[in-house]
Design a protein around this ligand. Sequence first.
Ligand code: AN0
Ligand code: CP
Length: 314
Amino acid sequence: MQQFLSVEDVSDPMALVSEAMSCKESPLQASQLGNGKTLGLIFFNPSLRTRMSTVKAAQNLGLETIVLNTGQDSWQLEIEDQVVMNGNKAEHIKEAAAVMGQYCDILGIRTFPGLEDRDTDYQEKLLTAFVENCGRPVVSLESATRHPLQSLTDLLTIEELKKKEKPKVVLTWAPHIKPLPQAVGNSFAEWVNQTEYELVIAHPEGFDLDPKFVGSATVMTDQNKALEDADFVYAKNWSSFNDYGAVGDFPDWQITSEKMALTNQAYFMHCLPVRRNVVVSDDVIESDQSVVIQQAGNRVYAAQAVLQSILKSL
Ligand code: AN0
Ligand code: CP
């Protein structure tokens, strides 16, 4: 694999899920593969899981890491072309990305959308600038519109837990107090559309995802109906794609034990971080049906499978 920005970079997504499973069974199977090589992890936004799990995955592969929190530890970067840089941004992305490529063999980038202008966000300017200027394979650690490492993890978790060949997987919008990216929902839909699972996406009116990601999924605006017979409930807030960045006020879309009772004793999934008693009630997230910790644990093996595949191509 030459880069990992979306499912389109993966020739066989289910084979990569199997590879991640194999990493979980035997985490040190390729512990020398990364020897002498360096992974740069560049964060433009906060992270707990992605940061720690990717460092751990690198350790399992003998790969050194350099973690940089830009803006805080580094210079503010300009990403627009042909600007007179007389404001607060001291360095252009073209030099910064190229310099990082001098120190690192692979670069991971985390960047969130501004959620103000849809075209700007969906152009993925920052991620593209790294791809074009760093001269190294780039791994998305969540970009403005996608979170592929999360989705690979999610498929690994579903494969570990599914009790039937074609489980019913419900991706449901859930409430939040401030606008969040569509990235997790977009990627989850994009990856599940590559599987045999039945995918239902539930959201209030006006909270459709970009049709490009929805693909062949069934879309419903009645959450209770969508949850009937679900084997997996994946809750996630996203701000509106159409009324771009709007937050929405639908508190009754919270996942509660009453909602879970409509399902086929579904497993509860969320990428975390999650706001308790806004997105999901305490009793659901603490129930035996909740697999959020297993899911977060699997982030290590998803990252390891991706890094391993890229290291083999260097
Ligand atoms: C981010 C999001 O919704 O994309 C990161 C999730 C992995 N969540 C928050 O900002 C709370
Ligand atoms: N799920 C996830 O990506 O978490 P972080 O934002 O903490 O990395």
